[in-house]
Design a protein around this ligand. Sequence first.
Ligand SMILES: *Cc1c(COP(=O)(O)O)cnc(C)c1O
Length: 454
Amino acid sequence: MKTIIEPFRIKAVEPIHMTTREERIEKLKAVNYNLFALKSRDVIIDLLTDSGTGAMSAEQWAAIMRGDESYAGSPSFSRFEAAVRNLMPFEHIIPTHQGRAAEAILFSLLGGVGKNIPSNTHFDTTRGNIEAGGALAHDLVIEEGKDPTNLHPFKGNMNLEKLEAYLTEHGDSVPCVMLTITNNAGGGQPVSLENIQAVAKIAKAFGRPFIIDGCRFAENAYFIKQREDGQGDRSIVDIVRDCFACADGMTMSAKKDGFANIGGWLALNDGDLAELARAKLIQTEGFPTYGGLAGRDLDAIAQGLTEIVDEDYLRYRIRTNEYIIEGLDALGIPVVKPAGGHAVFIDARAWLKDIPPLEYPGQAVAVALYEIGGIRSCEIGTVMFGRQPDGSEIPAAMDLVRLAIPRRTYTQSHADYIVEAFGELAANVDNLRGYRISKEPKLMRHFTCAFEPL
Ligand SMILES: *Cc1c(COP(=O)(O)O)cnc(C)c1O
């Protein structure tokens, strides 16, 4: 069969509140054109993030009922620990309430003034946690990973020559080598198994621990199976195990490939470091057998980890992104290619050539998409990154609009609807205008700033 169906039936549904275009025009005015300020009830298809927005399975909801809320030694923790270790063979598995809590603990121990930490591309919370302690975060992704049109199969790969030079130059000031799979900030692009193992080898040669930010490990493994020589006949579980067997630790957000609405963990092999991490955990998150989570959350993650590695699910997931990209491509809309694991990215700067970066072409697309179809996306460009610490404003490297796809939440007709809305947008693209920011806070302005149409 050629049709790739959603490999699930729907047992519980969440109604979508439909709105008219006139209503949406009013809502946009009321929130000063900042989509973060919309009420989710007023959104028809919400593609703001894939984090914690997925649909849990019947087995996960059953696991929630099995959750044991004992303060210490809960069987929920044992099930969680076993499920993680089945995929990622680390000695010490430390639950946290989210990925960023694992990062905060790790970098409170490894970071600090004078330290330098490389990655392919640090995710923004990782960078934030590194920089908060005074260390510096550096991105060493391959050049192909920075070109939205380059069709390299593993655009998340680390530049190995740069990594070696970096480790030589910075010596003892490098406490660990990080690698983000898939490379979220670089468009959800995968890292090959060969590259993961090569990074591990280099880190080892320099005597540095190798830590994987594994938030989208299953999507990454599926890309390895699809695209890497010699991997096509292997199971996703075997590929995942290989990815982590060569690492010394990991940070994880279970809100991504944990299939859960909340949760995360820090895993380490080094017993001394793990002891310090657990002490920090008790101080900031909770006792080591629950971290910042309820017992039921641990059980939901344990079950989720058995479902996320299902190849039929991963095929449907990755195909959804490709399907939307093919639709946008046919409309002549510039998109980041090849499709990433968790999102579709539109290159708004390339598309809206008449709107200069400082008039926010990405915001213009995001607002128009909501007005036309009630679809909420996210500008990742000059609104998000343009304001500099010295108060000046410069264009970001790219002006992208991200359509993040929640897991198991939407169907093919939702994808068709998204493409149709873009068709309407493309037909009227010459009428789009830019925006100015009329009010903004000092930091992280994109969440709360007010816009005015030009
Ligand atoms: C989401 C994410 C994080 C942070 O996880 P939270 O659960 O949101 O705190 C870290 N790294 C990557 C790559 C992520 O996508």
